[in-house]
Design a protein around this ligand. Structure first.
Ligand code: HEM
Length: 373
């Protein structure tokens, strides 16, 4: 994903923008008076369609069956009706957590009877039926040494997986299933953030919204108009996304791991083989030592910190590496840091985070520019 998808984001953006515009026309009410909407319901298909450009390409991105699978599979597994403590927990994950209470033999017997898991299986079967013929075709072509090129038809995960996977993964059904699971990773997380920002900005009041609109306007005026690089200029919006994610993250604990071997850390902490471990990512990020006044939503928090760091650097006082370190600009939404772990950290950090940042901004730009709320 890092090697194929991330460098091709600029190629995908114009197509995604057209798709997002069409999806807004289709799913948003076109009225002049105020109407009530349920953001998570109405924005789900918008993000599913945008994601489809990167996942399955133009052949399927407007295909009603794929749009239905991608939107409703996410809904079947995720709709926001299972709210546990301070996080929103997808239904299928809650089901899986509940199953874990049972012994393994009983899990196997009970799982097929559960409505959530049966619905999930139905979506997978439909996806396989839809995508497998195209995947088989591409596998045959890759056997004839045809590598995916950068044409719209081949700039997507479906084409890359069909051309790359080896062994038992080189199977049309397995690739179709992987694409449905990727669509869950993509649609659910980006939807959660777009909805979070919408609520946070609305609650913050008119001034923040005005600042974001001004920034979009200025970004579109630079270098001859709006283009893929304009999203990089939306630094205030990026800061709002990061702050929103800090306060309403996808999960409060992260980086869950099983220790397959016993390990002793440098400080002497010993973890036995078979132990489950995770990081208290929400508590770490919201510790006052890292985030002063942590309970308050301050949309421009990282924007200001970044500006202060830049000023210090210009005055020769800052740490030269802070803004352009090899692990990325630490003030950006997409950059994990030791105290901002919503995308994980290091080599295993989320490979889709750069794409997520662009997709979220794209939908927010459309929302802020074309709608009042
Ligand atoms: C705001 C949006 C997103 C958030 C917060 C998020 C968060 C995460 C987290 C926490 C992990 C696990 C990291 C670890 O345990 O070390 C992860 C893994 C992953 N994410 Fe994301 N993600 C987002 C969007 C996306 C998107 C848009 C894609 C696809 C384009 C994606 C694809 C993946 C994949 C494939 C993995 C598994 C990587 C592996 O196992 O090596 N994610 N993500």
């Amino acid at each position: 994903m890092q090697r194929r998808l991330t460098p091709r984001i600029p190629l995908l953006i114009p197509r995604m923008e057209r798709t997002v515009a069409r999806a807004f026309d289709k799913h948003f009410p076109s009225v002049d008076e105020w109407v009530e909407i349920q953001p998570s319901k109405i924005l789900g298909p918008v993000l599913a369609r945008a994601a489809a450009e990167a996942l399955v390409g133009p052949e399927f991105s407007h295909d009603p069956t794929w749009v239905d699978i991608s939107t409703h599979y996410t809904e079947a597994v995720s709709y926001f009706d299972t709210v546990l403590t301070s996080g929103i927990v997808p239904k299928v994950f809650a089901t899986a957590a509940a199953l874990r209470i049972l012994p393994t033999w009983m899990q196997r017997a009970v799982a097929p009877l559960l409505p959530t898991l049966r619905a999930v299986r139905r979506y997978l079967v439909r996806a396989k039926r839809l995508l497998a013929p195209r995947i088989s075709n591409l596998i045959r072509r890759s056997d004839d040494f045809h590598d995916a090129d950068d044409s719209p038809d081949e700039t997507n995960m479906l084409a890359w997986l069909a051309g790359q996977d080896r062994g038992k993964d080189r199977d049309p059904n397995a690739i179709a299933q992987a694409l449905v699971l990727l669509s869950l990773a993509l649609v659910h997380t980006t939807l959660l953030r777009v909805v979070g920002v919408l609520y946070d900005v609305t609650a913050a009041g008119h001034d923040l919204r005005r600042e974001l609109l001004d920034e979009i306007y200025v970004a579109g005026m630079a270098d001859g108009g709006w283009g893929p690089e304009a999203y990089g200029r939306l630094r205030k919006m990026d800061s709002v996304m990061r702050e929103s994610q800090r306060l309403s993250p996808p999960t409060v604990i992260g980086m869950k791991r099983v220790f397959v071997r016993a390990h002793t850390f440098a400080d002497g902490t010993h973890v036995p083989a078979g132990a489950y471990a995770c990081m208290a990512i929400h508590a770490i990020e919201n510790d006052e030592a890292h985030t002063p006044d942590a309970d308050r939503f301050d949309g421009l928090r990282s924007f200001r910190t970044w500006e202060e760091e830049r000023e210090k650097q210009m005055a020769g006082e800052g740490k030269a590496s802070a803004i352009n370190s090899s692990s990325g600009n630490p003030f950006l939404f997409e950059t994990p840091t030791p105290t901002s772990l919503n995308f994980g950290y290091g080599r295993t950090a989320c490979p889709g985070r750069f794409f997520a940042s662009h997709a979220i901004k794209m939908v927010l730009v459309k929302l802020f520019c074309d709608y009042e709320f």
